[in-house]
Design a protein around this ligand. Structure first.
Ligand SMILES: Cc1ncc(COP(=O)(O)O)c(C=O)c1O
Ligand SMILES: N[C@@H](CCCC[NH3+])C(=O)O
Length: 437
């Protein structure tokens, strides 16, 4: 992996020495290279523009949601995918245009739907029959209309590199195409004059390195849309192929360039539109990881170093599974470096441990590094997606701060949580002072 290193052998992030950031803001610290976020967004947006294909590139904010990142997403012409009232609230606080917000979720409750309808967001991606009932009732009550996509499971499951064609669908998300549930949902949605059915949505998985899974999914959606056109004279104006575009965490990961994913989707949808003589729909996608993943780096300070002769050396840092649950949850792999020793050769293998009371709180096993000492700043790369977003307060550790860096300037965009923040919602218990039943 290529990193910016200055003459003194220091790791630089968008023109600023990482050590300086660690010193200024403290650690653990999430640092985002904003130029990189913009370039990632543009790789998708420009490709659709170049091919003159109407599209929406919706940033999947589950990957990392905060006011600042949503502002950048908007500046780069992205739409937004939210999955909760919390993510929608953040979008509204960030001033994100409501008409470019799409709402997902396999169990949207009445409050979420009411909020989405009240705010007149751009689209709800409908996931199940119960939701159709809730949405119909809310639209009637608020005397409003709503554009929707139906989320369907096309029977393709991506397992990072390969694809499993599942005959029988087994997913908590969406309507099954093969059993006819999707068609039943389509007919229900079509019955409601307040619901405008714009098209179909699917999402086949995450961290996908090839394009054939997306192409297979597009084929299945088109086959369905073609049938519905023949049978019901329905024409979709949108096909949403979800997110899932892979990124590089370690040297072993060899993702495509982002514009190659977009290019392949455009080519496939154009071909399918010709094949089925179907009017070319808008193509919507929902990248999360691909927008922010590689743009993020986590900085930690090394604390204890424990050598077990002939076994391994553990180095413990001041964060861990509370700011990056992915190694513990998915056995995810990362690369790391010592920010001040970028030009020094690796001299040993170290295993990087977090500080939670969990043996499984390990960030990286056996990574080759120069000699590690107490006080070193350690950078873990490609932590921009599903890191801060999945952070917890386990062991009552504070959530880290987040800093944006662009053109040599840095700015705090999420403050470090304080202990007061953590106890703010706590109330004391006094025996005998409870409400009687
Ligand atoms: C419906 C949907 N869209 C988009 C995404 C974003 O995925 P990724 O971050 O892999 O691009 C996800 C998460 O996998 C998702 O479930
Ligand atoms: N959170 C997961 C991916 C889930 C994507 C959301 N549907 C990850 O870190 O890889």
């Amino acid at each position: 992996m290529n990193h910016e290193v200055n003459e003194q052998g220091q790791l630089m992030i968008a023109g600023v020495p990482a050590k300086e950031l660690a010193h200024h803001y403290g650690t653990p610290l999430f640092v985002y290279d904003v130029d990189r976020i913009r370039a990632n967004a543009q790789a998708f947006v420009r490709t659709f523009e170049e091919y003159n294909v109407p599209a929406q590139v919706a940033y999947a904010s589950k990957a990392f949601s905060s006011t600042a990142i949503l502002q950048v997403a908007h500046q780069e012409g992205l739409s937004l995918d939210v999955v909760s009232q919390g993510e929608l609230h953040t979008a509204l606080e960030a001033g994100f245009p409501v008409e470019k917000i799409h709402m997902h979720g396999n169990n949207k409750n009445i409050q979420e739907i009411e909020m989405a309808v009240r705010c007149s967001i751009g689209c709800i991606v409908v996931d199940n029959f119960f939701e159709i009932e809730l949405l119909s009732a809310v639209l009637k009550e608020q005397n409003k209309t709503m554009d929707v996509l139906l989320r369907v499971t096309p029977g393709i499951e991506a397992h990072t590199h390969d694809y499993i064609l599942t005959g029988q669908e087994d997913s908590k998300f969406g309507f099954d195409l093969s059993s006819g549930q999707a068609e039943e949902a389509f007919l229900k949605v079509k019955e409601d004059p307040n619901i405008q059915m714009k098209g179909l949505h699917c999402h086949i998985g995450s961290q996908i390195f090839e394009t054939d899974g997306f192409q297979m999914a597009a084929q299945r959606l088109f086959r369905t849309l073609h049938e519905w056109k023949e049978t019901y004279y329905y024409e979709a104006s949108v096909v949403n192929l979800g997110g899932g575009f892979g990124i590089q965490y370690t040297e072993e990961d060899q993702p495509l360039e982002l514009d190659q994913y977009a290019h392949a989707l455009i080519k496939e949808v154009k071909a399918l539109s010709r094949q089925f003589d179907y009017p070319m729909p808008e193509i919507w996608i929902e990248p999360g990881r691909a927008i922010v993943g590689e743009a993020g780096t986590t900085l930690y300070t090394v604390g204890s170093v424990k050598n077990i002769p002939d076994v391994r050396t553990y180095i413990s840092v001041d964060g861990g599974m509370t700011d990056n649950i992915r190694p513990a949850l998915y056995n995810a792999k990362y690369e790391a470096a010592l920010t001040e020793k970028m030009k020094e050769p690796a001299e040993n293998k170290y295993s990087i441990a977090g500080k939670c009371c969990e043996s499984g709180d390990m960030l990286i096993w056996d990574v080759a590094l120069p000699a590690v000492e107490h006080g070193d700043t350690l950078a873990v790369f490609s932590t921009g997606a599903y890191g801060y977003a999945m952070a917890s307060n386990y062991n009552r550790f504070q959530k880290p701060a987040v800093v944006f860096v662009e053109n040599g300037e840095h700015q705090l965009v999420v403050q470090r949580e304080s202990y007061q923040d953590m106890t703010r919602l706590d109330l004391s218990y006094e025996k005998g002072k409870g409400k009687e039943k």
